[in-house]
Design a protein around this ligand. Sequence first.
Ligand code: C2E
Ligand code: CA
Ligand code: CA
Length: 654
Amino acid sequence: MTMDELFRPHNLELVLNMAAFVLVVITLIIHYSEEDYYGKQRRIFGMLIFYVLFVNIVGGLHNLWIASDWAKALISYRFNCFMAVLEKAGMYLIAIVSMGYLLTLFRIELDRWWKAVIVFVPSTCSIILSFSAMFTRDVFYFDAKGDMHFTTPASGLINISAALYLVLAAYIIFRYYKTVSSEKAIVLIAYYIMMAVGVPLKILFCSYAPFEFCTSLALLLCVYTFQNPSEFIERMSGTGTRNALNFAVYTDLLQKKRFTVFGINIDRLPEILGSESVEASSNLLSQFASYLRRIYPDASLFYPEDGMFMMFLEDINPDDEVIEGLAEQIRRRFKDPWKLKGEDIRFTESPFAIGFPDEVGDMDKYREVRDEMKKMLIRQSREVLRVSDLNLKYAEHDKKIDSIVRRAVENGLLEVYYQPIYSPLTGKFDTCEALVRLRDHQFGFISPAIFIPIAERNGTVLGIDRFVLSSVCEMLAATDVLDLGIKYVEVNLSVVDCIQTNLADSVLSTLKKFRIGTDKINFEITETWEKEITSVVDDNVKKLTDAGIAFSMDDFGSGYSNVTRIATVPVNLFKLDKSIVQAAFESEVSYMVMINMIKIIKSLGKEIVAEGVETGEQAKQLIRLGCDHIQGFFYARPMPEAQFIEFLKEHNFS
Ligand code: C2E
Ligand code: CA
Ligand code: CA
């Protein structure tokens, strides 16, 4: 074939046909080699490739017939006509399916009959018209060369339907292109332009081949963007990525759909995955994923954050029973172990639910809520965390407090107060609790009940607790409190301290620096820590216990108490939470609850501190019930060091 021959219309068409064929086959191979994730979108895309391939093949045969004599010898005239008809009909199928693909890309449903009519009727008419060419010459006719032509009214109709599609597609793209990445938006627009120029090209060349070539190219672009799983599939868990979730939320919000995102945060998971091989991690994540898929097959599942799975539940409100039911089921499953490299491993999960569009109506709010939830979830709760539990107005407030705390740590504005604790056995104050105090130049006194939780969330608590421990040691070394009857000082240790690998070393080196014996410090930890018995916490407690430091369980009874576990917790002192103590003197039932708690602790041979004792009557009752230590405003408030020493002098030696 010479260059001259090559550029003869039908030969050029054949070349384009072949090029398009190669592109479609490549697209097909890529498409089928990727794992199935997109569901409906993937099926429609597969259909699209199939039709394009089909049109390409029949169009190719038709062009071959026209261009070569040997093809004419092999293929009958009627068969050629049939190929031409199939090519045209296939063209309109491509238009319908492209539209369907565009709709699924943006999760748009044809929820009204007229929308379906707009999408399906024009192309269906065109397809019927194409086939009518087999029976009548009123719509299409074949010229002497075997080429197919429209008669005037039919061609007008078909061009109008093509134009309708282009308008509709332009509208959808214009409305939704912001929901996708810029790379995808470009592909979408390129796809559109290729489709749009297909029509004038067809009129110009009297051929579909350039259009087919454009379509094939567009599909290849799609397979690398919209159908590209790495952007939307998280490889390790086989679920959706954060991008995929954001996209789903964004498009559904745009369409004013009602849905709930239900999630679970799996405690310790990021740390564990970080130290395991890809294979082991992926196996563990798949166990979670397949369990979650099984309990609610209708939901799409995502793994958008380290340690966090989220389910996308369409048509569900956050307060529907479904949510509580799911949480309960998951709670039960998490009581049993999972498998990591063949061994049992247990995790604690905390569930949360976000309702759209009532609770969260736009992407900015969604991001804010998600970040706040992440912070709250660290504090372990078994209740489903709701948007209403977050006080987003306080996010600002939190930031301000945070900067005040940081400033206080840097500028030495923190101070340690001591609250004496009474011992009924000796009638003296033989222990005390160290409590941090913050006085800001501008904002004045800020309660630790407010700033400690904030400091725990961003780690500043580490600096605070280090400061408190040094101050306590310094006080023990520099004053004569030990001679004044104090046996040890209780120091609060945050959960955040407990998960630091260097905790034991840092504590022991501080004690050594001030030459303080390990029996002079008792660390108070809260119940929350036992739920995250990470090996780090265990190691820390063990190292410190071995070194001679005792631990007590603070705020006992305030949270979720697992009675059977109490026996195994390595502490010798339980601090009965002030809420329990105070409630006990307000209702009969609460009194019984407290009595039973005291009995349980006593039966395990552990000591009890009653906190928040505010009246003489309360003190009397608690002593009678066998509490070993009494702490509260009735005896003394937390006070500065100098005042504390005066207090001991006055009360322990009178
Ligand atoms: P906590 O560990 O339960 O400390 C006891 C709290 O009860 C103290 O509040 C104390 O002032 C208060 N209290 C003592 N007796 C009574 C009473 O008779 N009635 C009432 N209503 N309250 C009483 P404070 O000092 O405001 O501390 C609040 C919380 O902040 C502490 O609760 C503890 O969780 C945390 N915190 C305080 N200092 C530190 C610290 O140095 N490190 C860490 N990590 N947390 C600290
Ligand atoms: Ca405490
Ligand atoms: Ca307490």
